[in-house]
Design a protein around this ligand. Structure first.
Ligand SMILES: [Cu+2]
Length: 129
């Protein structure tokens, strides 16, 4: 007489398989990730003027201390920055500037007006104390 019991052989295997399935179900959710900062950070010691696709400098007027920088952040529409001729102006930002940041240092106190020559109605002012 043979008393082979297949179920007796398989029972331990199915128990192990079931335990493995339970253990694999507890995958952890990784909640950490890049944290988007809601406010733009100033670049260096300076201020930023956005040259916007809506054809304006924003802000169109700002006041800085002498020696500080202004970064002109050009968006998807090309602009440039030409300063009204006077002593102490930084170099003009010539040509077509899109999707690029250009920084200028203002070393001399004064009031500096500038214009985009592509859009002559675009004006801005930097007051250096
Ligand atoms: Cu422009």
């Amino acid at each position: 007489m043979r008393r082979l019991s297949l179920s007796a052989l398989l029972a331990p295997l199915s128990t192990i398989a079931l335990a493995g399935a339970i253990a694999c179900g507890g995958s952890s959710y990784n909640a950490t990730g890049p944290n988007p900062s809601p406010t733009p950070t100033p670049s260096g010691n300076g201020m930023t003027v956005q040259a916007t696709p809506s054809l304006a400098f924003s802000p169109d007027s700002l006041t800085i201390q002498s020696g500080a920088t202004v970064t002109f952040a050009f968006g998807s529409v090309a602009h440039n920055v030409y300063f009204d001729p006077q002593s102490g102006t930084p170099a003009d930002i010539t040509g077509d500037n899109a999707n690029v940041n250009v920084t200028r240092t203002f070393s001399t106190a004064g009031t500096y007006h500038y214009t985009c020559h592509i859009h002559p109605f675009m004006h801005g002012t930097v007051v250096v104390k």
